[in-house]
Design a protein around this ligand. Structure first.
Ligand SMILES: Cc1cc2nc3c(=O)[nH]c(=O)nc-3n(C[C@H](O)[C@H](O)[C@H](O)COP(=O)(O)OP(=O)(O)OC[C@H]3O[C@@H](n4cnc5c(N)ncnc54)[C@H](O)[C@@H]3O)c2cc1C
Length: 352
């Protein structure tokens, strides 16, 4: 049976910052490659807890479907987790993920993987020493690691705008990672500002006709309904008024306002296609913080970064991307070089 090592040892081969899909995949991939791994995340009760129930597959032609197939072949966790009971609901050509079920499944994987130690901590700085990285947290701990993967999602200098009010936050209700963002900048790594938006959610009992195009009917089976095309930046009363002008929504009731997260991501030319920082050996980036768009892509980048970080730390061979990994390769190259950000392979960027 695996015994967690991080409570007695402060050195790990790989330290992963974040436990969204990118951080989870990075941690699992590094540990599976034989690297002792610590995964530091703000809240262990919110592992891989997506802000909304994501629609991952829009049809067989969707590159995300191909990405999932490639990840399955490569040994990433996400494709298998999506098959766990209740994790995904198929509706026509779409697959809607139950974020709570998927999050718990990822958490269980983190907790049961050999050589992997999950830890609840806010990372405030990462600094290079002699062939080693020091990873400091807000609780005064410092962990040392041969390689670090930063998978901090939308939290770097995050500001959440909801109901016309802006407050610091990684997502709605979460704290931001401001000290870490500052530290990354001080390491000579360039970042730029971007946004991610979540539409309001509605009480399904208040909606007469959930299928009129405003609220996708397949998401109704997961509890709250999602009200797309409703202003997310204005105040709550304005959003409700806008919603109630639509047919079938005269009694519509918003349970959670929509919101926008403004946050930092890497600019182009900061990492190579292995996702290692060009200016800092042993420092890798993955997921939204590296510049990807969606959940599947974040998972793919995490998987690659985790494998490569483990290879660097242990001296084993790094991941070999072959013709079986066309979409994974495209994504890594785009995150490395593509100027327009965030990056997605859903509409293939030019030159990839
Ligand atoms: C509002 C919103 C709606 C979205 N809707 C969709 C959608 O419908 N479909 C879709 O595919 N994608 C959607 N996305 C994008 C999707 O959420 C991201 O692409 C995906 O979650 C990115 O995964 P990640 O692992 O990179 O980051 P995240 O999932 O954001 O995870 C980041 C992790 O890092 C941790 N962390 C951050 N800073 C620190 C620190 N300093 N120390 C320790 N831990 C830290 C956090 O606690 C968290 O665990 C949405 C994003 C947002 C914000």
């Amino acid at each position: 049976m695996h015994v967690n090592s991080c409570n007695s040892l402060d050195f790990h081969d790989v330290a992963v910052v974040g436990a969204g899909p990118a951080g989870c995949e990075a941690s699992l991939a590094a540990a599976a490659a034989g690297a002792s791994t610590i995964c530091l995340t703000i809240n262990l009760d919110a592992v891989a807890l997506h802000p909304a129930n994501p629609v991952l597959v829009d049809g067989t032609g969707d590159p995300r479907m191909r990405l999932l197939e490639e990840l399955h072949g490569a040994g990433a966790a996400l494709p298998g987790l999506l098959k766990e009971p209740g994790a995904s609901i198929e509706s026509g050509a779409r697959t809607v993920i139950d974020r709570r079920v998927l999050g718990l499944a990822y958490k269980e994987r983190l907790e049961s993987a050999n050589g992997l130690s999950p830890r609840q901590s806010l990372v405030t700085s990462i600094s290079p020493g002699k062939g080693i990285w020091n990873v400091a947290t807000s609780l005064g701990e410092t962990f040392r690691a041969a390689a670090v993967v930063v998978a901090a999602g939308t939290y770097l200098n995050g500001v959440v705008t909801a109901g016309g009010v802006s407050t610091p936050g990684g997502r709605h209700g979460d704290i931001p990672a401001n000290a870490l963002a500052c530290c990354i900048k001080s390491l000579g790594i360039a970042m730029e500002r971007t946004t991610a938006t979540s539409y309001p959610r509605l009480d399904s009992r208040s909606v007469d006709n959930a299928g009129d195009g405003l609220v996708p009917p397949d998401e109704a089976v997961l509890g709250e309904l999602y009200g797309s095309d409703v202003d997310v930046d204005g105040n709550g009363a304005a959003a409700l008024k806008q919603l109630r002008r639509r047919g079938g929504y005269s009694e519509g009731w918003i349970t959670r306002l929509g919101y926008t997260v403004h946050h930092h991501i890497l600019t182009a030319d900061q990492v190579d296609p292995t996702l290692q920082a060009l200016r800092q050996s042993g420092l890798f980036f993955a997921g939204k913080a590296a510049g990807s768009c969606n959940y599947t892509e974040a998972a793919a980048l995490g998987f690659v970064a985790g494998k490569n970080a483990a290879a660097l730390a242990t001296g084993e061979a790094d991941i070999k991307l072959t013709t079986n990994h066309i979409f994974i390769t495209k994504l890594c190259r785009a995150v490395s070089r593509q100027q327009s950000r965030p990056v997605t392979i859903r509409i293939p960027p030019p030159g990839c």
